[in-house]
Design a protein around this ligand. Structure first.
Ligand code: KG4
Ligand code: ZN
Length: 346
């Protein structure tokens, strides 16, 4: 089955064509990240306007490069592109995410499904991140598995016992891990997006230099909380700069390494605890924060089994993971019934 996947839940405009949920024929995205770097974070209206401009070019790009628009027709002597592409279905993210951004993808998908007369499959963005590990992978994860989906908006633990069988074990009570990375990064002058900047800076830092809290680490259950950790880091920076001086480069690196270590400690402790309790065969890391190499290494060293994470191109928001999720959970619904839902969880 060949599916066109669309993802516009946050700042990216992404599309891909994927066969049988795994083989990626084409994957493209337009990111408005440079615009958000200027303001130190995403302004939803700016993101949605960029997506409205880029969605059709991005879709055309993947249809052309996957040869889904390959056969050309002749009209009045002129060559025109085939109008109805050679795909079986359209998959689109309906939530969670920013409402303006979601609407661009959802309404475009509905219009195309109507014009092309194709089935349309709505996909949950977070479930999409889970399926990033199925892409271009001939030995995908085995069930039951524990998925840690950790991004700018979410920090969620899921027990997945089969395709379509998800149990939400817990999530963040306040800030998402990525969101807290972004805030601390801005505070210590590393800019946006914060996660990759903190990861780079931490390489020359000492993760034991500052003792930061590990909130809810040993509490029962599977919820997370990052606002206390964030406040502790804010207070520490306040103390270090009390005399009006700026942080030194070494202090920034030490703060980065200590903050990253505290976040990763909590993520690894809770995930491994869940994996043991539910006798998971595998752990899957998904979402933007799963791109963090230190998180990947620590999780692999702590879990007695294989930890899956996606290729870098599929760790960020992308259309291929959406096409894959739709293939393994194939439930098309009439285009009229599809609605963007910014606050949906699972
Ligand atoms: O999944 P994603 O691309 O978009 C959302 O759905 O939010 O995640 C973006 C988040 C940002 O907060 C960014 O700082 C974080 O992922 N991130 C990272 C890394 N790369 C991206 N956090 C830690 N380490 C990284 N290498
Ligand atoms: Zn995401």
């Amino acid at each position: 089955m060949k599916i066109l996947g669309l993802e516009t839940s946050c700042d990216e405009t992404a599309a891909a064509v994927v066969i049988d949920g795994s083989k990626v024929l084409a994957n493209a995205l337009a990111s408005s990240l440079p615009l958000h770097a200027l303001t130190g974070g995403i302004i939803p209206e700016v993101a949605a306007r960029e997506q409205a401009k880029t969605i059709i070019p991005v879709i055309k790009e993947v249809l052309r490069s996957s040869k889904a628009l390959g056969a050309e027709a002749t009209k009045n002597g002129a060559q025109v592109e085939q109008l109805n592409p050679n795909i079986d279905a359209i998959a689109v993210v309906f939530g969670p995410g920013l409402i303006g951004s979601l609407l661009v993808g959802v309404e475009t998908a509905k219009a195309l499904a109507y014009v092309w007369n194709k089935p349309i499959v709505p996909v949950n963005h977070l479930i999409g991140h889970l399926y990033a590990t199925w892409l271009n992978n001939s030995s995908p994860p085995k069930f039951p598995l524990i998925a840690l989906l950790v991004s700018g908006g979410h920090t969620e633990l899921l027990l997945v016992s089969d395709h379509g069988k998800y149990k939400h074990l817990g999530g963040t009570k306040d800030d998402a891990a990525g969101e807290a990375f972004d805030k601390i990064s801005r505070l210590i002058g590393l800019g946006y997006p914060g996660g990759p900047a903190i990861e780079r800076s931490s390489v020359s830092g000492d993760s034991q230099k500052f003792n930061l809290p590990r909130p809810l680490s040993n509490s029962p259950g599977y919820d997370f909380s990052f606002s206390g950790l964030k406040t502790a880091a804010v207070n520490l920076v306040g103390k270090l700069t009390l005399s009006g001086r700026s942080l030194t480069t070494q202090e920034v690196a030490d703060l980065s390494a200590s903050y990253q270590e505290a976040t990763i400690d909590v993520l690894v402790t809770k995930t491994v605890k869940a994996a043991r309790s539910f006798q998971a065969k595998n752990v899957v890391l998904g979402g933007g924060v799963a791109a963090n190499k230190h998180l990947r290494e620590r999780m692999s060293a702590s879990f007695n089994g294989t930890v899956f994470y996606s290729e870098p191109a599929f760790s960020v928001d992308n259309g291929a993971m959406i096409a894959s999720a739709a293939c393994f959970n194939y439930k098309p619904i009439p285009w009229r019934k599809i609605k963007a839902d910014p606050a949906i969880l699972f």
